[in-house]
Design a protein around this ligand. Structure first.
Ligand code: SF4
Length: 334
């Protein structure tokens, strides 16, 4: 769920082992970081993907030669996924150093989407779960040292639930911390087993008001609300993982003139507090993400109109007001 991220340090690490390490200020994703190696050459019998985010890649992942029907059968089984790219990041997408995998396909159409090139599944590259897990295995020492792990993002991770389930299971078998970054709109596709295999959900709530949510995403809010409540209940006694309950980091993108209404923010904050009433300790962090329109170039490259072209980023005062709305409910907020 690639919406927008807070300005954060993204650490560039050598993926092939060896080379240097650098740090750059970025929006967390779109200027991203890690690229070694080549793209996969074989497509899904669909048009070639549009330009990728600078610095993101599919380094070293290859897929065997399969015909179209074999690929679709593998995708249904979750053995093959449509993947945009992956990268190693620090201080975004969860704790520690993380391998964030961006899947293709998303049912939402957020006005501020920073990665419109991830929206269609057909634009991704075919990568097997085994290939990704082999890659993840290489970084287990780094994950262990930094208390990091795997984050599956997108696009929308739950648009490919079977593939995500395999990655989550495989990572857990290696003892790797797991996170998904999701809008929650397809939360019904996340099985109890997947919840049990997930340590952290980055739950992106675009609005607390259903009408504003619809305006921002072209979709309905209710499935996201239902999903969050299910996550909270899953950690209760008798739930799917009461001994190791899933943690939630709630993310809210603050867009002046669109999502900044006091009542709208109150609704999101009340919801976060409600999750902690269902199960104390569910929402351990709230991230208020400042809108910026750095994604505009991609929209124009794709020939789409970017409606928020003239929308300014929130002022520090507005950010503080909104963060305070969350903090006043006892929520740890950044
Ligand atoms: S359209 Fe999809 S990928 Fe883009 S910000 Fe919204 S949820 Fe994320």
């Amino acid at each position: 769920m690639s919406s927008t991220s807070p300005a954060a340090d993204v650490t560039t690490l050598p993926l092939g082992g060896g080379a240097g390490r650098g740090v750059q200020e970025t929006d967390g994703r779109s200027l991203g970081t890690v690229v070694h190696g080549e793209l996969i050459s074989e497509g899904l019998d669909v048009p070639t993907a549009p330009p990728r985010r600078t610095g993101a890649g599919l380094a070293g992942l290859e897929v065997s030669h399969l015909d179209r029907s074999e690929k679709f059968a593998m995708m249904r089984a979750g053995e093959l996924g449509s993947v945009h790219s992956w990268e190693l990041v620090t201080a975004v997408d969860g704790p520690g150093t993380r391998m964030t995998v961006f899947l293709n396909g998303c049912p939402l159409r957020c006005l501020y989407c920073h990665n419109p090139d991830t929206l269609e599944m057909k634009d991704g590259e075919p990568v097997t779960a085994d290939q990704l897990l082999t890659r993840i295995k290489r970084y287990v020492p780094a994950f262990t040292a930094t208390q990091g792990g795997l984050t599956i993002s997108g696009g929308e991770v739950l648009q490919q639930p079977a593939f995500a389930a395999r990655l989550l299971r495989g990572a857990k078998e290696m003892g790797v911390h797991t996170a998904i970054d999701t809008s929650g709109f397809l939360g019904a596709a996340m099985t109890d087993e997947m919840i049990a295999d997930t340590d952290l959900v980055l739950l992106d709530i675009k609005s607390g008001d259903p009408d504003i949510y619809r305006r921002v995403t072209k979709r309905e809010l209710q499935p996201t609300l239902d999903f969050g409540r299910r996550l909270a209940r899953s950690g209760l006694k008798g739930g799917v993982d009461p001994d190791d309950p899933v943690e939630v980091w709630l993310r809210f993108v603050l867009v002046p003139g669109l999502t900044d209404d006091v009542r709208n923010v109150d609704l999101v904050a009340d919801y976060a507090a409600e999750l902690n009433q269902i199960r104390p300790g569910t929402v351990t962090r709230v991230e208020v993400l400042a809108f910026h329109n750095m994604g505009v170039d991609k929209w124009e490259t794709l020939g789409r109109e970017y409606e928020l072209k003239n929308t300014p980023p929130p002022t520090p005062e507005l950010l503080e007001r909104v963060r305070e709305q969350f903090r006043s409910r006892g929520l740890t907020t950044y």
